[in-house]
Design a protein around this ligand. Structure first.
Ligand SMILES: *[C@@H]1O[C@H](CO)[C@@H](O)[C@H](O)[C@H]1NC(C)=O
Length: 461
C-alpha cells in the first residue's frame, strides 16, 4: 500500500514539474513562435537520433531479451545519472511478493579503506501488480510484468557493468502457498528471462525464500542503512514485518534469559561483516494480514486444489447480509457474514485470539527494544489516520501501541506481548532508501560471507 503512495508521489512530482514548465512557456509573449521553433527542433533531433540508433542498433544490443520491450517502456523509465567508477558494484533483486513483483536495482561502492565494506549509494525501485501467484494458471503471462521491471534494470545499470551484475528473484509467501509445480513453472519462466538478459544469473538465485531469511534480511537492511554494523557505539534495532502471508520478527537479545528461554529454532547464530551475533528471528507463516484474515473466516491455506472446491467462507466478523469476493494466494473466495452467538465484536475478538493464541511465542524482551515496524503495520496505522497529514514517512515516527488500529494492535499486544505505552518506530525510508529485505538479500548475493547464518534456503524445486 505505501509503495503505491510513493509511486503516486513521484507522479505528482513529475506533474508539478510539468506545470512549472508550462507556466514558463505561457509567460513568453511569442509563445506560438516558440512552439514552432521547439517543434521543428525536436522533430529534427528525433529523426537524427532514429537514423543513428538504427545504424548502431545491431552492434550495441548484446542481449536477446526483446529490444522492443526496452523501447516500449523507455519513456516511463527512471534515468538516474549514476557515476561509473571501478569500485561500483550493482545488484538486481526481484521481490516476488503475494500482492506484486518489485525490483530493486542497487548500486554499491566498495570502500577500499574499510576492509572492502559495501556502501550503498543509490537504489532504484519499481513495482508491478498483481503478484506472480496470480499467473499460476499460465506462467507465460507473468513475463510482461517481469520484462517491464527488467527493462528498468537495463536502463539503470551502466552497459559496461551488465555482465558483472548479478540478478536474482526471491519469492515469498505468495509462491510458498502455490502447488509446487505451479510455483516452479513461474520460477522457470523468470529464470529463462534472466538467462536471456545480459546479467549474471544462477538457478539457485531464482527461488522461494523461507520466512526466516526474509526476517533476517529485513533486520539486516534496517541496521545496514542506519550504519549500525560499522559503528561500535550504536547497537542494532529490531524489526517487525507484517506481510500478506507471514509475519517476521527479528532482534538481538541483550538478555541471556531470552536466548535460553526461546523455543528451538528462534535463535540464529549469524555472521555480519565478520562479527558473530545471536539473532532472535522468527517467521509466523499463516499470520500475515491476509492469511490471518483467511484463518479468521474459517478458511484454510491449502496446496491441494481439490480440497477447497467451493471457496465459500463465512464469518461472524462480517455484517450479517454482507457478501464479498476476495482473492488470496491465487484462490477466489466468497466471504459472507454469519450470525454471531454473542455480541459480534466479542465473538470476532475471540476468533482473532484463537488464531493468534497458541501460535505465537512472546519474547518478553522485545518490548524493551527499539523496534522498527514495516509493511502492513505501517499501512494500517496510516489508514487509521493517526499519523496526521504526513503521508510519506521519511522521518522516523514514534507511535504508542494504544493508538494503533484494532487488528494491528491485537497482533502486537496479544501476539508479541506489547503494552499500551510500548513504542514502535515507523520509517519507510532510511537515507532515502526504501527499507526492504531486498537490500539484505542483495548483500548476501554479492558477499555471502558478510551476511550468513545457519539458515538453509529452501530448495527451489
Ligand atoms: C498462455 O498465455 C500466452 C500469452 O498470453 C498464450 O500465448 C498461451 O497460449 C497461453 N497458454 C495456455 C496454455 O493457455
Amino acid at each position: 500500500m505505501h509503495i503505491a503512495n510513493i509511486s503516486l508521489f513521484r507522479v505528482q512530482g513529475l506533474l508539478r514539474m510539468f506545470d512549472r514548465n508550462v507556466a514558463v512557456i505561457n509567460n513568453s509573449r511569442c509563445s506560438y513562435k516558440l512552439y514552432s521553433v521547439v517543434g521543428v527542433f525536436l522533430v529534427s533531433i528525433f529523426v537524427t537520433f532514429t537514423i543513428i540508433y538504427n545504424c548502431f542498433k545491431s552492434s550495441t544490443l548484446l542481449y536477446t531479451f526483446n529490444e522492443n520491450d526496452v523501447a516500449l517502456y523507455a519513456p516511463y523509465l527512471p534515468s538516474p545519472k549514476l557515476k561509473v567508477n571501478t569500485n561500483d558494484v550493482y545488484a538486481v533483486m526481484f521481490d516476488a511478493g503475494s500482492t506484486g513483483s518489485r525490483i530493486h536495482v542497487l548500486h554499491f561502492v566498495e570502500d577500499q579503506t574499510a576492509n572492502s565494506h559495501l556502501r550503498l549509494v543509490a537504489s532504484v525501485f519499481e513495482q508491478v501488480k498483481p503478484g506472480l501467484s496470480s499467473f499460476a494458471e499460465n506462467a507465460t503471462e507473468s513475463l510482461d510484468g517481469l520484462k517491464y521491471l527488467l527493462a528498468i534494470a537495463l536502463d539503470t545499470v551502466p552497459k559496461n557493468k551488465w555482465e558483472d551484475t548479478m540478478i536474482a528473484l526471491k519469492a515469498t509467501a505468495g509462491l510458498r502457498l502455490l502447488p509446487s509445480t505451479q510455483a516452479q513453472a513461474l520460477l522457470d519462466e523468470a529464470y529463462h528471462l534472466f538467462l536471456s538478459s545480459p546479467f549474471r544469473v544462477r538457478q539457485q538465485d531464482v527461488s522461494i525464500m523461507d520466512g526466516i531469511s526474509e526476517g533476517m534480511f529485513l533486520w539486516f537492511t534496517v541496521n545496514f542503512l542506519r550504519g549500525t554494523f560499522f559503528d561500535d557505539s550504536s547497537s542494532p534495532v529490531g524489526s517487525i514485518d507484517l506481510g500478506g502471508g507471514s509475519c517476521q520478527v527479528a532482534f538481538v537479545p541483550q538478555n541471556q534469559d531470552t536466548i535460553l528461554s526461546s523455543p528451538k529454532g528462534h535463535i540464529e547464530d549469524i555472521n555480519i561483516f565478520g562479527k558473530k551475533i545471536k539473532l532472535y528471528v522468527h517467521s509466523y507463516l499463516g499470520l500475515g494480514l491476509q492469511s490471518a484474515r483467511l484463518a479468521m473466516m474459517g478458511g484454510k491455506e491449502t496446496k491441494d486444489e481439490t480440497e477447497n472446491l467451493f471457496h465459500a467462507l463465512s464469518s461472524p466478523c462480517l455484517p450479517l447480509h454482507h457478501e464479498e469476493e476476495w482473492a488470496f494466494g491465487g484462490v477466489e473466495y466468497t466471504a459472507r457474514g454469519a450470525e454471531p452467538t454473542r455480541r459480534r465484536y466479542e465473538e470476532c475478538y475471540h476468533i482473532a485470539q484463537d488464531v493468534l493464541g497458541y501460535q505465537v511465542h512472546q519474547p518478553i524482551e522485545l518490548q524493551d527494544q527499539i523496534v522498527y515496524a514495516f509493511s502492513y503495520v505501517v499501512d494500517k496505522i496510516e489508514e487509521s489516520g493517526f499519523l496526521g497529514k504526513n503521508p510519506e514517512i521519511d522521518e522516523p515516527q514514534q507511535i504508542k501501541v494504544q493508538d494503533i488500529d484494532l487488528i494491528a494492535q491485537r497482533v502486537l499486544r496479544h501476539g508479541f506481548g506489547y503494552h499500551d505505552n510500548s513504542v514502535l518506530v515507523l520509517q519507510k525510508k532510511i537515507e532515502d532508501i526504501e527499507v526492504s529485505w531486498a537490500l539484505g538479500a542483495a548483500v548476501h548475493l554479492l558477499r555471502g560471507d558478510d551476511i550468513s547464518s545457519s539458515v538453509e534456503e529452501m530448495p527451489s524445486g
